[in-house]
Design a protein around this ligand. Structure first.
Ligand SMILES: NC(=O)c1ccc[n+]([C@@H]2O[C@H](COP(=O)([O-])OP(=O)(O)OC[C@H]3O[C@@H](n4cnc5c(N)ncnc54)[C@H](O)[C@@H]3O)[C@@H](O)[C@H]2O)c1
Length: 357
């Protein structure tokens, strides 16, 4: 547990996603950016200058950053095949970690890490960022208050369009199984799994279908045409805790969609719908006390109270100072998420329903 008034953060991986993380780190009073690691030296120095990080705290080797005694906590935003190595090093050097999702490349890595972690645990938060959308947080509270009664089924979709043929997206690590593990499934589907676990509970069984629509993409570096070996689309149905049924769809081929992660939760007495693209609104269909007897309830959109807004790095700050908040996504959530991803792949490959123990 860190007791310092100022917590020095080391950030590894300075690509696309790191901009949001840098902003969020800068918003936390007790955090200061103290070290950076990136294999692309041009980016390393450009961001080093922007962040005011001294030259000796700019690393190209992640172990050097993690081992640095001046670094109190690590934030990792590297491609998926490096997640396990970062976690392993943080366990070895006993540094608290905020790690991006998916937890690891595959379930085998997650199991190996768990054996290490259980011997020498550290605070680990996993980047399941939709837990910090105000409407999702409010929905969780309404469900806990039994607003819609016992949940019977849940429908989750996470739609993006960037992979559609229309946009001729070039080859990148996200299309390479050896680096990404899976395609839309791990990239977007990991968030759907996390939302289902948050609102309902653990998965018991899955039955899945995975498809690659665009099988060749041009590599902008080599100019070669490369084969895509991960999914553009995954759908699955699941049985969760208390026999709740789940229906899930994720795709990178939904032309017209932006970043559409939406969840509908159906209970005995009502329905709740949240969409991350409308983070401060929630759609609720329940019988209103003012409704006439026998009247059919209709959906009403409510504005989410301000008190449900929370920035995810606040929970990381609380976690590293020994003040873990409810619903913080931790090592265990990463591990369970990876297990469900693994069972989905097994199901799609075998055409069978697969149990999740
Ligand atoms: N939580 C979310 O909603 C969310 C959204 C987007 C991405 N992500 C996750 O964040 C991670 C990074 O995604 P991205 O879009 O930023 O990828 P990116 O490719 O844009 O950035 C990754 C960066 O890591 C650097 N890198 C590669 N190997 C490295 C090494 N050994 N040491 C240091 N740096 C190294 C790359 O040069 C690159 O700059 C992925 O795991 C992704 O799944 C999460």
């Amino acid at each position: 547990m860190i007791k310092n008034d100022v917590i020095t953060v080391g950030l590894i991986g300075l690509g696309q996603m790191s901009g949001g993380h840098r902003k969020m780190i800068s918003e936390i009073e007790h955090f200061q950016m103290g070290a950076l690691c990136e294999v692309n030296e041009e980016i390393l120095h450009q961001i080093g200058d922007e962040e005011g990080v001294s030259k000796e705290k700019r690393f190209t080797d992640m172990e050097a950053l993690i081992a640095d005694p001046d670094v109190d906590a690590v934030v990792s935003v590297v491609p998926n095949h490096l997640h396990a190595r970062v976690i392993e090093l943080c366990i070895y050097y006993q540094k608290p970690l905020m790690a991006e999702k998916p937890f690891t490349l595959d379930f085998n890595e997650a199991e190996n890490l768990t054996a290490l972690y259980e011997k020498q645990p550290i605070p680990v938060m996993v980047g399941f960022s939709y837990r910090y959308v105000a409407s999702f947080r409010y929905a969780k509270k309404l469900i806990a208050e039994n607003k819609i009664g016992p949940i019977r089924h849940i429908a989750i979709r996470y739609l993006q369009s960037g992979g559609a043929a229309l946009f001729e997206k070039p080859y990148a690590w996200r299309f390479n199984k050896a680096v990404s593990g899976t395609g839309a499934l791990g990239d977007l589907g990991a968030h759907m799994i996390d939302s289902a676990r948050l609102f309902v509970g653990e998965f018991r069984a899955v039955s899945a279908l995975m498809e690659t629509f665009i099988t060749k993409r041009k590599d902008p570096v080599s100019g070669e045409t490369k084969t895509v070996d991960v999914d553009d689309f995954t759908s699955f149905q699941a049985v969760l805790e208390n026999n709740v049924i789940g229906n899930f769809v994720t795709t990178r081929n939904a032309v017209g969609s932006g970043n559409q992660h939406e969840v509908t939760i159906y209970g005995d007495y009502g329905t709740i719908h949240v969409n991350c693209e409308r983070p401060n609104e929630i759609d609720i269909c329940v019988r209103d006390e003012k409704d006439e007897e026998g009247a059919r309830p209709v959906f009403k959109t409510e504005i989410v109270p301000d008190s449900y807004r929370k920035q995810q790095f606040q929970d990381f700050a609380d976690l590293v100072t020994g003040n873990e908040q409810p619903n913080t996504p931790t090592f265990y959530d990463g591990y369970q998420n990876q297990k469900v991803l693994d069972r989905i792949i097994q199901s799609a490959e075998t055409g069978q329903t697969v149990k999740v123990d």
